[in-house]
Design a protein around this ligand. Sequence first.
Ligand code: AMP
Length: 282
Amino acid sequence: MKLIHSVADMKVRCREISRTGKTLGFVPTMGALHDGHASLVRASTGQCEATAVSIFVNPLQFGPDEDLAKYPRTLERDGEMLEALGADLLFVPTMEEMYPAGATTHVEVGGLSERLDGLSRPGHFRGVATVVAKLFEIVRPDRAFFGQKDAAQVAVLRRMVRDLDMDVELVVCPIVREADGLAMSSRNAYLNENERKHALVLQRALLRVLHDTDQGERDIGKLMATGEGVIAEEPAARLDYFAIVDPDSLEPVSDLSRGALVAVAVFIGTTRLIDNLLLGPR
Ligand code: AMP
């Protein structure tokens, strides 16, 4: 695996791969890698002849009061893990490489960026779309792999790729969970032992809604109340949002006939966690 720090070097390496006719897969991350990230890398190495991974803690997608400074950074371990997984290129740009002085261009995905996480984290999806657009231009992958864990991010990036006619196929991989059901996240490292137990409330709320729909409940208001109720029963949890929306537009749905995304964001202490599930059309 080749470790690359500069945009220019990364372009040269990626173009070499593409010129030889190999399919290039790409997995963008912020590092502190876990099995969720590994599943994306495995999907890429399984589907593509070469795989590039990036690790960049993108300041543009963090709000002023968020965890940019304390975000876990475990580059050495990440590198070993990616090597073992068979990644070909690891791109770890500096802040100055990605955003040289005077850079003022942003990618704004209208509407979608202000829903779900975008509503509670103003500017977050603008930061995500901007860095992913830049990374796509640097790498020019055939396929890029993202986790369903960040369902709103998937909707924003799908729209960006469509609207800007980007030549990349987005592949969305299932949420990887710990044995007890907690969705894996680099931010789980912030949780103390007690918080770690309380964090199971997200999955519990989603499963209760799934259970109720399996029992025939179709009333969106009731399903929302059920999910929010489960969160309210956990004193350690502070609800950010509980939403039942269209997975593409992220707009609230009025019925489940075309399927829906059930998404939840909760603060456990100062740690913000998200989780979701997709309800299929009935
Ligand atoms: P991050 O490093 O948090 O920016 O995540 C990088 C990629 O990994 C994103 O596409 C995430 O959706 C994906 N990802 C993070 N956690 C998981 C998980 N538990 N299961 C599957 N994909 C994940």
